[in-house]
Design a binder for this molecule. Structure first.
Ligand code: ASP
Length: 370
């Protein structure tokens, strides 16, 4: 493994490809399951970094590449070595859970990650968890963990929009901030938190809003819960919806999750996508409806027939913000509505809800509470 620290010396060399964090493009990947310890025992908080891949572990041959790089190329050891400043904040050690672009995160990796976090947080000498993750589906993993982690200790998910080899890579400071948040007493019992770009968001509310910008994660309606300013972690709000220790969802005995698909609404859409999802074994379908969850007559007929076959339909919206209101017609159709959960997060809650019941009324209660 080739690792180059930035010691305050600017080296302009095409072959060295030193970025602000000093990772060369040819650093090697740590294999899944590898645990790396980077500090001697101190009385600092003990923070575990669980790496799953993404742009924060991304690498490219050119330091001007901010797109088209390989996500999930660097191992957790490389990420930790690149931010030695973290050792002043916490005793940091790492584990590689996966090393993928988050578009490839799947249910089995989610379960593996959640179970590992619960095992670690049950240990007396573990004070908090940081998960490094690709940004594309980060909010799905964050919300899943928000519902199944059984601890009040901080869990912070962090990503970056620029690969580690880029000029002005945002990963190292984001990672440092995440360790600071996970080490902070105020971060306890706030549910799973997300940090990028000096902001702290609640897993329930935060969403990716821009394809490439570093300020992509926003909570448009509910706001951030805090920020990191002048190197200090500051909290202003708390998520009000149930999470972690108040959540009834438990993955300890699960080795798979029910299949839930998302279907997008658009002009001239058809019912065959509903029929295909049912045929493929979907136990639930989330509709990314137009506006306040509206659907065309043809899609509606597909959805109603899916309900007759025992599939739970949950209406969300493609709009990007706002509540999908629950109308009398939804009760009649036995449809669930997603409150303010966007389609990808509604899918997460519906999967977990289906591990408990198929009753749309009960599932609606979960959507109202979580
Ligand atoms: N495709 C990448 C991923 O989600 C993008 C990123 O991490 O920013 O893994």
């Amino acid at each position: 493994m080739k690792l180059k620290r930035n010691l305050g010396i600017t080296i302009l060399s095409a072959t060295l490809l030193l970025s602000g964090i000093g990772i060369s493009a040819d650093a090697t990947t740590t294999k899944s399951g590898t645990a790396v310890s980077h500090s001697e025992k101190t009385d600092l908080p003990n923070i575990k970094i669980l790496a799953t891949g993404g742009t924060i572990a991304g690498s490219s041959d050119s330091d001007t590449d901010t797109t088209g790089y390989k996500a999930g190329a660097l191992g957790v050891e490389t990420l930790i070595e690149a931010v030695p400043q973290m050792k002043k904040v916490a005793d940091v050690s790492g584990e590689q859970i996966a090393n993928v672009g988050s578009q490839n995160m799947d249910n089995s990796t989610l379960l593996k990650l959640a179970k590992r976090i619960n095992t670690l947080l049950a240990l007396k000498d573990v004070d908090g968890i940081v998960v490094t993750h690709g940004t594309d589906t980060l909010e799905e993993t964050a919300y899943f963990l928000n519902l199944v982690v059984k601890s009040q200790k901080p869990v912070v998910i962090v990503g970056s929009m620029r690969p580690a080899t880029a000029i002005s890579a945002d990963g190292p400071l984001n990672l440092y901030n995440a360790v600071e948040i996970a080490s902070s007493k105020e971060a306890k019992n706030k549910g799973v938190l997300v940090t990028l770009n000096d902001r702290i968001g609640a897993a329930r509310y935060i969403t990716k809003t821009n394809t490439t910008a570093t300020d992509t994660f926003k909570s448009t309606e509910q706001g951030y819960v805090g920020e990191i300013a002048g190197g200090k972690v500051v909290f202003y709000n708390e998520p009000t919806r149930k999470h972690t220790t108040k959540s009834i969802f438990n993955v300890s005995k699960l080795d798979k999750l029910p299949q839930v698909d998302i279907l997008y609404t658009y002009q001239n859409d058809n019912r065959y996508l509903y029929d295909a999802a049912v045929k493929a074994g979907a136990k639930g379908i989330v509709v990314a409806g137009s506006g306040n969850g509206s659907m065309s007559e043809t899609a509606l007929n597909g959805a109603k027939d899916a309900v007759k076959k025992g599939v739970v339909i949950t209406k969300s919206s493609r709009v990007g913000s706002g509540v999908v209101t629950h109308e009398a017609s939804d009760d009649k159709d036995k449809f669930v509505t997603s409150d303010s959960l966007n389609p990808q997060k509604a899918r997460i809650l519906l999967m977990l809800a289906l591990t408990k019941t198929k009753d749309p009324k009960k599932i609606q209660e979960y959507f109202n509470e979580y």
